[in-house]
Design a protein around this ligand. Structure first.
Ligand SMILES: Cc1ncc(COP(=O)(O)O)c(C=O)c1O
Length: 386
């Protein structure tokens, strides 16, 4: 890679994380232990939620949540198409059906009308995804869920920290799951968190993340350790580790600072790009704050001589890394064939996807980096304007 290539993402790691990892490695406690518990407690404190359960990924978090909801073969769970396939695959783990629905034009978040249309007597849960970090219409989603007696699992893989009507994402519905994957707004390399005010549900997730070993056996991770444990269900090996917590603890301390940086970059991009007639910016609804995990833009292909792939290539040639989030789930081979899905049933996502790309947005970017992205993008769009 060329030296002056601006990566699409770079984790924001400082000496604090490095020192914490060295301390953990020196302590000899490498798997789940006291730092994981501290990270969970600090995370709950930060959000203002009763329970946080740290696990190996968002995918593990979502799987454990659906298990705790009691999802069974033949049940249906509503999932938006504009997401990473993990949101849908966790439903398949139960031989249940992910009922994939279209998103709304403005935000690419799940469409309320499509949720209503998709509900059947078999529907058990809804998984709204806060696309790019912008919260979904949670009041309306909760209202639909209450009306039909459905559970809500918020996919907040992008949404730390984000707020909806002044409430932090993570404190609103039955369960919220976060991702700490390498590119996320708080990164532990890999990792995830289940947050809930339902202590019974959190307890079930804690048991199932570690082979179904019962709660009392957790004492073996504390000073009052014991050799005795009991397995109460065939669980999973989804635990977090103290090495991951060594990244998570210092990252959590600066999670607001990192958000402010991304917010500043988003404001700069918005100001510089809002009047271009070759792209459309994402709408942010006024009663919520995005985490700004992504800064998506949509190309007006009818006003350009090149397609998205060619423009991305051009930007890469000019040393700017960009991403695409996401190829809609209904277009992926497995989901497309298994559930017989067609683009015409997803007019918004299918229409937006070929035009969609994400600009780099992360705290390590300097003002100069941001200016360069703007300049290169504006020049490229000018060059390829019809
Ligand atoms: C919206 C969304 N949900 C779920 C996931 C899965 O997260 P993880 O890699 O932590 O399992 C991702 C990861 O990219 C994502 O973007």
């Amino acid at each position: 890679m060329k030296n002056d290539f601006l990566l699409f993402h770079k984790p924001f790691i400082s000496e604090d994380e490095i020192n914490e990892i060295v301390d953990t490695v020196r302590s000899g406690w490498l798997s789940m232990g006291p730092k994981t518990i501290r990270f969970e407690n600090k995370f709950s404190e930060y959000l203002g939620v009763k329970k946080s359960v740290a696990v190996s990924s968002w995918t593990a978090a979502g799987h454990l949540t659906l298990e705790a909801f009691g999802i069974k073969a033949g049940d249906e769970v509503i999932v938006p198409t504009m997401t990473f396939p993990a949101t849908a695959e966790i439903v398949c783990y139960f031989n249940a059906k992910p009922v994939i629905v279209d998103v709304e034009e403005a935000t690419l978040n799940i469409s309320l009308e499509e949720i209503e249309k998709a509900i059947t007597p078999k529907t058990k849960a809804i998984i709204p995804v806060h696309y790019g970090g912008q919260p979904c219409d949670m009041d309306e989603i909760q209202e639909i869920a209450d009306k039909h007696n459905l559970k809500v699992l918020e996919d907040a893989a992008h949404a730390l920290p984000a707020t909806y009507k002044g409430k932090k994402i993570g404190t609103i519905s039955d369960v919220t799951c976060f991702s700490f994957y390498a590119t996320k707004t708080l990164s532990t390399g890999e990792g995830g968190m289940i947050c809930s005010n339902d202590e019974e549900l959190a307890e079930r997730c804690m048991i199932m993340r570690m082979h179904g070993i019962n709660r009392d056996a957790w004492k073996r991770y504390t000073d009052s350790g014991s050799w005795y444990y009991e397995v109460v269900a065939p669980g999973y090996k989804y635990n977090f580790t103290d090495i991951q917590a060594s990244l998570g603890l210092p990252q959590l301390k600066k999670v607001d600072q990192m958000w402010q940086s991304r917010q500043g970059i988003a404001a700069k991009y918005t100001e510089a790009l809002k009047d271009l007639d070759t792209i459309q910016l994402h709408t942010v609804k006024p009663d919520r704050e995005s985490s700004w995990h992504l800064f998506p833009i949509r190309l007006h292909l009818d006003r350009l001589t090149k397609n998205r792939a060619q423009i991305i290539n051009e930007l890469r040639q000019k040393n700017i890394g960009v991403g695409v989030h996401f190829m809609p789930v209904h277009q992926h081979l497995y989901y497309n064939e298994t559930f017989n899905l067609s683009d015409k049933d997803f007019p918004v996502a299918s229409g937006v996807f070929p035009r969609l790309m994400s600009l780099p947005i992360y705290p390590g970017m300097t003002d100069k980096n941001v200016d360069r992205v703007i300049e290169v993008l504006v020049d490229t769009l000018k060059e390829f304007k019809k």
